[in-house]
Design a protein around this ligand. Structure first.
Ligand SMILES: [Zn+2]
Length: 141
């Protein structure tokens, strides 16, 4: 369970980033829904919204959090002999990549361009919107 003080700080920071007022009621609501979430994934989720510079509604945060949570779970290979159809996203539909904003480097998720990526929530940016040269750069390795 996330420590309530740490949680409150994070949500207050998030609201103040958008110059929005945050009160105890709001924090209680967020905490009641997300207190058993993974704090690092939650923080990463909030950071992603800062990157697209859009204040999200609660459901959007929850959706992205769940996607990121699923990716973190599916990152452990179930069958090491099974080759993924898409080696960019390993069939998760999401590409995790590093981005630096305001001097802070973090991990972000973007949609892959394959069929699995197409099935993902369109609210999320495609990898080509975030990093137009992603596939070009990857080919050099
Ligand atoms: Zn893919």
């Amino acid at each position: 369970m996330i420590d309530s003080t740490q949680f409150e700080e994070e949500i207050k920071d998030f609201y103040s980033y958008y110059n929005k007022r945050c009160n105890d009621k709001i924090i209680d609501f967020w905490y009641s829904k997300l207190r058993s979430s993974n704090f690092l994934i939650l923080r990463n989720t909030l950071e992603s919204f800062k990157y697209i510079n859009k204040f999200p509604d609660f459901q959007a945060v929850l959706d992205l959090y769940r996607q990121k949570y699923r990716v973190s779970k599916s990152a452990q290979p179930r069958d090491i002999n099974a080759e993924p159809k898409c080696h960019h996203c390993r069939d998760t539909g999401l590409i995790l990549h590093q981005e630096t904003h305001y001097g802070q480097t973090g991990e972000y998720a973007a949609r892959c361009t394959c069929a699995r990526g197409e099935m993902r929530n369109k609210e999320m940016a495609s990898i080509l919107e975030v990093m137009p040269d992603y596939f070009k750069a990857e080919r050099q390795f």
